[in-house]
Design a protein around this ligand. Sequence first.
Ligand code: PMT
Length: 401
Amino acid sequence: MKNLNNKKILFIICGGISAYKSLETIRLLKKNSAEIKTILTSSAKEFVTPLSVASLSQGKVYSDLFSLENETEMDHISLSRWADVVIVAPTTANTISKLAQGTTDDLASAVILASNKQIYLAPAMNVRMWEHKSTKTNLKKLKDFGYKFIGPEIGDMACGEYGEGKMSEPLKIADELNQFFLNQSQNKKFKALVTAGPTNEYIDPVRFITNKSSGKQGYELAKCLSKKGFDTTLISGPTNLEVEKDIKLIEVETADEMFAATQENLPVDVAIFSAAVSDFKVKNKSQTKIKKEEALNLNLEKNIDILNYISNHNSMRPEIVIGFAAETNEVLKNAEEKLNKKNCDWIIANDVSNKNIGFNSDYNEVVIHYKNKSLKSEVLPYKRKSEISEEIVDRIIDQLN
Ligand code: PMT
């Protein structure tokens, strides 16, 4: 497990009988030269002692949100920034519930909420608790927020029952973390570019033509690429969204600006064109505000097709070029046509006549059309845009590797 070498792991232990396995997990991570800091919730201290955790991790053990000593030495925000990855093992039903609500009533939950790193949860609880509707609803939320799960496993439980809810074994947890760092180091060398949002095409200094794109789909893709280790550039038309600081954000307004920014940020290994670029711009844009008494006839000319230009570039074409197709009718036929006409490797089609998906929704449902694969197309059914993005990025990683 050489990818754990020198990695900073924030290990959070919650109060459950499986906490004893955390000691073995810490020992294993330490043996593979990871640097560990630990947080114990107050109920975790009923199961393992701070002294045993400190001895095994050879690192500081934190537990109190209001400890003057600890907050002066490393406050909870710095603690969440210090880590390369965060693991919560065991994660109890109570912690799952708190994270789903965004409650921060102790150090562990405050650090997790403040973290900008990948967070792994290794749940452990009674099978009925695991299967309870409220836990299932909370889990769905957490997956949507980007938390990753290790386990739980099926088997005999400490309470005497049998079923799903056992915390994964230390070796499995250490293996998953090792794999996370391996993927990160492999993807780190890859560069990604994403276009997102609408463009504004000005009629005069105060009026413009635009569309309903919110940028959500493109921002989720950029977030996911960055989290998985890609060096990510996001070229965005006007949106109300925020980006993580690891992503290089270039804000543009018009299609011409988006085109220039795209060219300036090549070469990349993968480019995803999710922006809803205006197909037309106003030919003779007025330099002054047009008076309402004047008759207004717009003379439009075609914008450059950014995707088409990049995918046909001789020297700068990314290894994988992915376009989106926003269609209202004959979705599959039009998407196939765009795949070929725009020389893409993949076209991701969404039916924007459906009001629940596509433009400005948190959800999407897409069909990926592949050019040079034996699998011609693949449906990613109705899901949050964050989950759709995860699935797209996993397929990109498979293809690049
Ligand atoms: O932003 P959201 O609210 O989250 O909504 C997401 C979305 C619906 C905008 C997104 O999923 C989507 O479908 N984006 C593409 C929208 C679009 O303009 O599709 P199109 O079929 O008109 O264009 C096809 C492809 O060519 C797209 O990849 C587009 O980025 C690209 N294009 C189009 C015109 C142009 N001048 N330059 C381009 O690069």
